[in-house]
Design a protein around this ligand. Structure first.
Ligand code: FCB
Length: 457
């Protein structure tokens, strides 16, 4: 398969991503405490294939093999996440040195392989002890996060060249607290907004803690999508604008401009919001974008019933409704494949935030396809994944040609892994995982990406 990719700058950073809960397994090893996701996966009916992540890809024990796979790929960086519950089993207080030792060994293995370690401090797995006290609905969790950030940075900052505070606060707010599709499974709808504010505050406090511990190059990984109105009608445009505000601007505006996008909305948030915004908007070295697809949004017609969209249960009576995007391919997850949406998004962010937008990295981009090993040859011919990434890299290149400063691209994901509420049925990896034997088999997209990286160098 030879889907070609345009030339990127020589110092462009090529990477792969994963997160602790989705790959590590070993939930009680070396003193790890439980997380919100351990509890959530135990609730009947929450995970569509009935699975949990007690083993996942067994990365906690096989990390050396996984680092070797990354070295074979030739990536310059690996974005992983640190499990808060390994480091602080109760979420605060007593540090579990053995948990921290795991990340120390991982960072050393990456450095030895010439791969830059890029840790994310929070990728959704809140320590259960904190979740039980209200999780991100309480301010306390943000303060605990700052302690956790200091502990990790004091141990790793000497070898880590790039840091990420939190991953996708929008998804935790909307899916976790808003509609309950993810942990902690709450259906608070608009009462979930404090979870947004407290994660943003945690980000700001985390930046301070990281800097105080000598960490360099700090960013955030935020999900963003272009939001397309379903038609030109005032109702559809209004609904799309509201959805854009809730998923894009609610999270990016405070970080990049120091203000919430809407005063009415800011007035619903708890605590000394104006003061907090100063913390939240502390300058960043870079900003990370997770991009998967655009959203087509219209007004509910006439009242929108509950239903399913993109694999997610949507409650009734929201002030907007999602419409299917037609006329394009869809991944096995049902997500539309719209590479140019990445260019559109980046150009739009640049227009919206101007010089306030720091250099960008694409911290996630990827697709779920279920291609399995050929029974005779063992090859995994995931041509659609190659097309997907080639298309998105071409779109990224066009955005850069239009003046957007993008410094790197991380594929989600190095390995097939536990895809949250979907369990193991969505496979995003460049490397196939056999969940019976835990055997790793590079797919054809792995060889393709290796050649892209080689060519890029
Ligand atoms: C993102 C998550 C990541 C993964 C991909 C498919 O929203 O950050 O953990 O599940 O989606």
């Amino acid at each position: 398969m030879t889907a070609s990719v345009p030339a990127f700058p020589a110092d462009f950073l090529w990477g792969v991503s994963a997160s602790a809960f989705q790959i590590e397994g070993s939930p009680t090893a070396d003193g790890r405490g439980p997380s919100s996701w351990d509890a959530f996966t135990r609730e009947p009916g929450r995970i569509k294939d009935g699975s949990h992540a007690d083993v996942a890809t067994d990365h906690y024990r096989r990390y050396r093999e996984d680092v070797a796979l990354m070295a074979g790929l030739g990536v310059g960086a690996y974005r992983f996440s640190v499990s808060w519950s390994r480091v602080l089993p109760d979420g605060h207080g007593q540090v579990n040195r053995k948990g921290l030792d795991f990340y120390d060994r991982l960072v050393d293995a990456l450095c030895t392989a010439g791969i830059a370690p890029v840790p994310t401090l929070f990728h959704w797995d809140t320590p259960l002890a904190l979740e039980e006290k209200g999780g991100w609905l309480t301010r306390d969790t943000a303060e605990r996060f700052a302690q956790y950030a200091s502990v990790v940075a004091e141990r790793l900052a000497d070898r880590v060249p790039m840091w990420i505070t939190i991953n996708e606060p929008a998804e935790v707010t909307l899916l976790g607290y808003g509609i309950g599709e993810h942990a902690p499974g709450k259906g608070l709808v608009f009462d979930a907004l404090p979870a947004a504010h407290h994660q943003l505050l945690a980000h700001g406090l985390g930046v301070q803690a990281l800097r105080a511990a000598g960490a360099r190059q700090i960013g955030i990984a935020a999900s963003h999508s272009p939001v397309w109105p379903a038609s030109d009608s005032a109702e559809d445009r209004g609904a799309a604008e509201l959805y854009d505000l809730l998923t894009n601007r609610l999270f990016a505006d405070p970080v990049l401009t120091g203000a919430y996008p809407d005063e009415g909305l800011a007035s619903l948030l708890p605590g000394p919001v104006a003061e907090d915004l100063k913390t939240i908007s502390a300058p960043l070295d870079w900003y990370g974008i997770n991009y998967y697809n655009p959203m087509l949004v219209g007004a509910p017609q006439p009242a929108s019933p509950a239903g399913e969209f993109g694999g997610i249960e949507i409650p009734a009576d929201l002030p907007f409704a999602f419409r299917p995007i037609e006329g394009c391919e869809h991944t096995d997850f049902g997500w539309p494949v719209v590479p140019d949406g990445l260019r559109e998004l980046l150009v739009r962010l640049r227009e919206r935030y101007g010089d306030r937008l720091p250099p960008l990295y694409i911290t996630e981009n990827g697709c779920s396809y279920a291609d399995a090993p050929d029974p005779v040859t063992g090859r995994i011919a995931d041509d659609r994944r190659i097309e997907y990434h080639a298309g998105h890299l071409a779109a990224l290149h066009r955005a850069m040609a239009q003046g957007v400063d993008v410094r790197g691209y991380f594929i989600w994901s190095i390995l097939d892994n536990f895809e949250w509420a979907e369990g193991y049925r969505q496979r995003f990896g460049l490397v196939h995982v056999d969940y019976e034997t835990l055997e790793r088999t590079p797919k054809e997209s792995y060889a393709w990406y290796r050649d892209v990286i080689k060519g890029g160098r």
